[in-house]
Design a protein around this ligand. Structure first.
Ligand SMILES: [Zn+2]
Length: 222
């Protein structure tokens, strides 16, 4: 049990060797200049999908929001505690990021929970039940349009529908819509296929996902 923690502390020592040991180290500069990330990523809390690791980023490159199933709620001016919306506001209005990337993935546990209605059977999961209501439209579309698909396929498709829905919700934030109009912000929806390693991007005009990266392309570049 303790091993999990000692591994992390050992890892931290390696991290210090990479980023703190030299004069003018990455962190010395980041502390001096502050963070200026150009990209905000909204990813799933899933332990297998780490945006910085996946896209080979350095500290300071990405402003990351992670939550169950990488969902974005619509804009709600109700004075409630909105963690994802507050982080979005910080990234867009304070840091003035140029891109917001929604990063979904296949085999998403949150989406599976939704499709299997497990969250409704276990009443103790009150936070998850409420949170996953954000993906209800994606759930209903999947059930109606892909009734004959397997559960694994439905999870994949529901994840894609949910990304499209979160993209719509992003536009309900007035300062996001305004930044897009001013040409200062672009929105993207990406989906990582954990089985075959492909990364897909949603093409809004064609209403479909297109491959933008894969292990095969990596071999071609290598
Ligand atoms: Zn997930």
């Amino acid at each position: 049990m303790k091993k999990a923690i000692t591994n992390l502390i050992e890892g931290y020592q390696k991290f210090c060797g990479h980023y703190f040991d030299r004069k003018n180290s990455t962190f010395a500069n980041l502390v001096l200049q502050g963070q200026r990330p150009k990209v905000l990523v909204i990813a799933c809390s899933d332990s297998r999908v780490d945006p910085a690791l996946m896209m080979n980023c350095q500290p300071g490159d990405l402003f990351v929001i992670r939550n169950v199933a990488n969902l974005v709620p619509p804009y709600e001016d109700d004075q409630a505690y909105h963690g994802t919306s507050a982080a979005l506001e910080f990234g867009v209005c304070v840091l003035k990021v140029q891109h917001v990337i929604l990063l979904g993935h296949t085999q998403c546990g949150g989406i599976q929970l939704l499709l299997e209605h497990l969250h409704r059977k276990d009443k103790s999961r009150s936070f998850l039940t409420k949170w996953m209501e954000l993906a209800k439209v994606a759930h209903d579309t999947t059930i109606e349009s892909h009734a004959d698909n397997t559960l694994a396929e439905k999870i994949h498709l529901c994840g894609q529908h949910s990304l499209v829905n979160s993209l719509k919700n992003l536009r309900t934030f007035p300062w996001i819509e305004e930044s897009i109009k001013q040409g200062e912000l672009s929105l993207h929806a990406w989906n990582f296929n954990m089985s075959n390693g492909t990364l897909e991007e949603y093409d809004e005009q064609m209403n479909c996902f297109k491959v933008i990266g894969s292990p095969q392309q990596h071999k071609a570049y290598a």
